[in-house]
Design a protein around this ligand. Sequence first.
Ligand SMILES: Nc1ncnc2c1ncn2[C@@H]1O[C@H](COP(=O)(O)OP(=O)(O)OP(=O)(O)O)[C@@H](O)[C@H]1O
Length: 736
Amino acid sequence: MPPSVESPVQARIPIPVPDGVLGSGKKGSGGVQTRPVGRRRIFVQTDTGSVLGIELDRADNAQTVKKKMQAMLNVPTEQTALMFGDTVFKGDLSEVRNDSPLLLTRELQRSLSTPCIYPSSDVQVAMDGGQPFEVVGGVRCCPKMKRILKQINKAINCGVEPVAVSGGLGGAYYFRNTNGDSVAIVKPTDEEPFAPNNPKGYIGRSLGQPGLKKTVRVGETGVREVAAYLLDHENFAKVPPTALVKVAHHAFHVNGASTVRKGQEKGIQPVSKIASCQQFVHHDYDASDHGTSRFSVAAVHRIGILDIRIFNTDRHAGNILIRNNKSLDNTWSYSNVHVNESLELIPIDHGLCLPEALEDPYFEWLHWPQASVPFSEEELDYIKRLDQHKDADVLRRELPMLREVCFRMLILSTTLLKRAAAAGLCLAEIGEMMSRDGLEEASELELLCMQAKFEIETELLGGKLCCDDGYEDAAISEVSVGEDLHEQFEFEMDHEFDHKLNFMSNDYQLFPTESDCVGLDQSIFPLLPDLPAPAHDFNFSPRALHPSRIPLQIWPDASALEEDGYLGSSRKVLDGGSSLWNGRIEYWQKLIADKKSDMKSPRGARAERSPRLCAEFCPLTEEEEVLVFADNDTKTNDALQDSDLISPRAMSLRSVSFHNRKQRYLDGCEHRMPASETTGKNNANGGSPPFSLADMSEKEWILFMGHFEGLLEEALANRPERSVNHRQRLGISCQF
Ligand SMILES: Nc1ncnc2c1ncn2[C@@H]1O[C@H](COP(=O)(O)OP(=O)(O)OP(=O)(O)O)[C@@H](O)[C@H]1O
């Protein structure tokens, strides 16, 4: 049977086997459940949008599928990969489920400027014999959606046309019932901004390449819309029912297609696409048309809680629809907030949530007064009942085409929400922790993540140091696991990220504050804030981060140390692993704080500024050993803080207030990062390069979350009183 040709669809993948490990598990063998092998139909989509419906036989494998694609669509099979989500099929296809859409894409998608090839206009389009609307993801939880789709199918068969939506950057269509009322908004994935068939001129990238937000790929917003609905338990935030559908209609836009191609002539089948389909919500206006101070606290909190969980990067006012429900008319005041209960807030457009890296989120509500009102008991109870690992499993099951890193993002941000809410933070404070303060600054959350990652890499490497250069050990090779798909995404940001991590390392270890150095001869401190930029030929990857290298790359004349023979002996010091390493850092800080006056010679001072070298010069006393290594022992830490043995600045970094740490980090970047690194080369949206959760192995991810939770707890414990911020924000940002 010849394969039928379909229009662009988004890759759909079979259900992965959840492994239950922190909800972050690798997919099972092949990443999919084993299903009985037999004749199946799959959809294969090229990254330019063309789709083939292919009947799979037992004997078929990745190569035979590629050959069929070549025969029908004239797509080259060389250097292409057949994939869904994170999984790449090299041969066997026995685990692919019926109706799974796969993506055939070029293996080396290195550059955003790669020219886009559009579907050739002579492609024949054929229907697969089904209804115009068929669900391919997310409907199991949504009987309401089934009813809506039934209405639409009936209307389409009666000739009711959809209406193109004029607003927004992507292609969207209101589908109607037989009465002509809009019942759903449909957004085809290949009409997203930058996608090949965008009707508004925002084209130029292939499916799978970084999209409008670099951390969400072109063609992958639809599945996120569904994810937001599935995560909105109890319809707490009122996300309208949403499903992923395969829908065929000639009204859809196909760039470069003739009228005939679009199927407007009799006998020509309409194009079908993969799209998100969301219930149409009757509304009066959106939040950009209305003064926000009359929104109820509860309504704002509900949307805010969702936004934090899903790490929404696109909650602008236009994405909150307002319905004036007169039957609920009830106006009341809380503090300075005058609330009108009749205004119902409905969140829409969640295509840019669950990014593949820590973006700068966008929360329109961040400075609304309602966000500074403490959570209610009901809200706290809801947050407490959230289970990020179960949520990740729900998404794995219902939307297996979502990438693993999205599940990690969900786990990370829900963990933040739960911990922060339990610690008494209000919505605005949690939102602020996630938000960057200006384009170039990292958020508190990013800094926590960077520190957690730094700690685990140090830990993994510290435990493995040995011989030779110590880089090619098991720990490092695990760290280096990088899948092709992630490499594409990381390609452009690796360089910046390397620098950022380096600077962070510098900050932690070799960046005393000015007060530490009062009275010292500045000329003997080449590492003060006017430190020259690090040597650019020292551009190691975070994956190859190695404690013994850290001081070298910022040490202006490291070769001199090598000549003096310091480096060889200092390696021994590191053999004890990260706690020893941390201990040396603390000890070095102590030296800076307590022994300033003893630093007589440049060489002596220089040596004492190195945590590795200080161990050679000034071994710890027994008492100091106890104190310095009691990193996680609060009791001892308290005792340490009270004692005069070590100055406050010499305490563990964990006891340094987070804001100070952030400031030092940012100051460090400012002083040390050359202009070319801070401008123009960052992500497409401007700002700091995002922190990626993708390049961690399973083992690292588990370790990472452990460290992250510990650091988060300490950061929360060290925060200033909430009420102070609360009052300030109410007074400054709102007018009533
Ligand atoms: N569920 C819905 N019910 C009613 N109208 C909707 C719904 N979802 C979206 N709309 C309308 O369609 C418009 C475009 O939708 P949406 O904002 O989701 O598209 P977009 O292309 O992602 O937009 P943007 O470029 O603003 O992110 C919205 O401004 C809104 O008026």
